[in-house]
Write a protein that binds this ligand. Structure first.
Ligand SMILES: [Zn+2]
Length: 248
């Protein structure tokens, strides 16, 4: 049961409307119209990323449905991932701590079952935990590249983590990644948060590629230009702070 009764006439969906979302939620709850899920996605997470006030208002209902319905957890995770796409997203999401905690537990349970879509659910869990830029940044460490600025000399440094190698380099338009330096992965015991729990979760679920990738992402890189050594995660975070935080 929801402690707060939502006044649906006050929250608009992605199409600027207020009537359809509560109707659709009732339909999927009674399992009367499976096609209603498609319209819910369209109204609550348009194109898989555009959220609206109705998206956040729907989270308690989705959390109620999630234990029995994989679709509900997936949609709730997508809404959490879309948080930064909406100017009030972080405030709207943070206003529902109890719902978030239930959804996080459900996503974590889902990960323990090591589903085929592990990478996506892992990203959902990060978003539900408020780690929005890591949720957006993390792919699957198959061939991930991150562009950061060296904190000492400002040079643009490319970080590769995956099948192409584990290195920092200067990306040259003609010659590819040149002046490569091997990355220095973090020791497990020195991993900072959120890298520590991300790594522990991946290890628990025997996701070796993700666990190793996290050690590199939260490790250190050498700048090919000035030879200083810096934290990859810190450099990536300062390059990708949400606009609101940059000016704070
Ligand atoms: Zn440098």
């Amino acid at each position: 049961m929801n402690a707060v009764v939502t006044d649906w006439t006050q929250v608009v969906d992605a199409h600027g409307e207020t009537e359809r979302v509560p109707v659709l939620l009732d339909l999927v709850e009674r399992e009367e119209a499976p096609e209603a899920w498609e319209e819910l996605w369209d109204r609550l997470c348009l194109h898989g990323e555009t959220v609206s006030p109705a998206s956040f208002a729907a989270l308690p209902r989705l959390a109620d449905l999630a234990p029995a319905t994989a679709q509900a957890l997936e949609l709730a995770g997508a809404i959490a991932r879309g948080t930064l796409q909406h100017p009030d997203g972080e405030v709207l999401l943070a206003g529902r701590p109890e719902v978030l905690s239930r959804l996080r537990d459900l996503a974590d349970q889902r990960l323990r079952s090591r589903p085929a879509e592990y990478d996506r659910v892992f990203g959902d869990l990060l978003a539900l935990a408020g780690q929005h830029h890591w949720s957006a940044a993390l792919e699957n460490f198959d061939d991930d590249f991150y562009t950061v600025a060296c904190p000492h000399c400002g040079a643009e440094v490319t970080i590769a983590i995956g099948d192409y190698g584990f290195y920092s380099a200067i990306r040259d338009w003609d010659r590819g990644d040149v002046e490569r330096r091997e990355l220095l992965p973090a020791q497990v015991e020195e991993l900072p948060d959120p890298g520590r729990w991300m790594h522990a979760t991946a290890v628990r679920d025997r996701q070796r590629r993700i666990a190793e990738g996290i050690r590199y992402l939260f490790g250190r890189a050498e700048c090919p230009t000035c030879a200083s050594v810096f934290s990859v995660a810190d450099a990536y975070t300062s390059a990708n702070l949400p606009p609101a935080l940059e000016t704070a």
